[in-house]
Design a protein around this ligand. Structure first.
Ligand code: PEP
Length: 253
């Protein structure tokens, strides 16, 4: 399986000219990689313009969210149908920052179903806010996955990507890093749940990403020892040099 590196730009940069500059720098390297697929997820407002700069399938675009209805009186929302109309091919769903703003497991599930009606790939984010000695976090992540994928057919499940993002390891206020061994443990749990709700063959082929303060320094240990197929990168995806270093590490691992 190719490595999958996803850059989540969140609400950055402030200007479209800077977004184009950043995408062009990343694309110059990412478009030449043979063993790595890069997905850049800019703010929605830049998707159309960055779509003009996409040159290969090795470096494509993704959205950071999609609403579950196709069209209508939903002020401020953007549908999967509209996202498909741009060059985007992936959609992040259930990011912890959206869950913190009130997105529920049920809403995540509705979004996934609407995304799968188009040739789009949902990147489903799961992860616990804290770890506890009784391992309740394992059950929580299992439940997030079961709820997100409820009522999907086997073919639909086979089209998703799971991103394990322990919330306590995300962002500049993260108190500690997620060790590759922690990541490995949860990747194993995720694969087991996926096999339970689909089958071993499908579960094996579903890419699992790690996200949470990933950067050029720790990318290699996660990719080598974390039992994951790629990374979901926040802050480090806003610095072209740093992000390209991560892509090169993914390419040789
Ligand atoms: C994220 O928000 O998905 C993320 C992984 O952020 P960061 O890399 O900045 O911790």
């Amino acid at each position: 399986m190719k490595k999958l590196i996803v850059g989540n730009w969140k609400m950055n940069p402030t200007r479209g000219t800077d977004a184009r500059k950043l995408f062009k720098s990343v694309n110059a390297t990412a478009s030449k990689l043979k063993n790595t697929e890069t997905v850049v997820c800019p703010p929605l407002v830049y998707l159309e313009s960055l779509g003009e700069l996409v040159t290969t399938r090795s470096c494509v675009l993704g959205s950071q969210d999609a609403f579950w209805e196709h069209a209508g009186a939903y002020t401020g929302q953007v549908s999967a149908d509209m996202i498909f109309g741009t060059k985007a091919r992936y959609v992040i769903v259930g990011h912890s920052e959206r869950r913190a703003m009130g997105e529920t497991d049920e809403m995540v599930s509705k979004k996934i179903k609407s995304i799968l009606q188009f040739p789009l790939i949902p990147i489903v984010c799961v992860g616990e806010t804290k770890r506890d000695d009784d391992h309740a976090y394992v059950k929580l992540v299992k439940n997030q996955i079961k709820s997100a994928l409820a009522d999907l057919t086997q073919e639909e499940i086979a089209r998703i990507v799971i991103a394990y993002e322990p919330v306590w390891a995300i962002g500049k206020n993260a108190k500690k890093a997620c060790e590759p061994s922690d990541c490995r443990e949860m990747a194993h749990v995720i694969k087991t749940v996926l096999a339970d709700i689909s089958n071993a063959e499908i579960a094996k082929a579903i890419p699992i990403l790690y996200g949470g303060s990933a950067n050029a320094e720790n990318a290699e240990p996660y990719l080598k020892d974390g039992l994951v197929d790629g990374l979901l990168v926040g802050r480090a995806s806003l610095d072209a040099k740093e992000f390209i270093k991560i892509l090169k590490i993914a390419e040789k691992n």
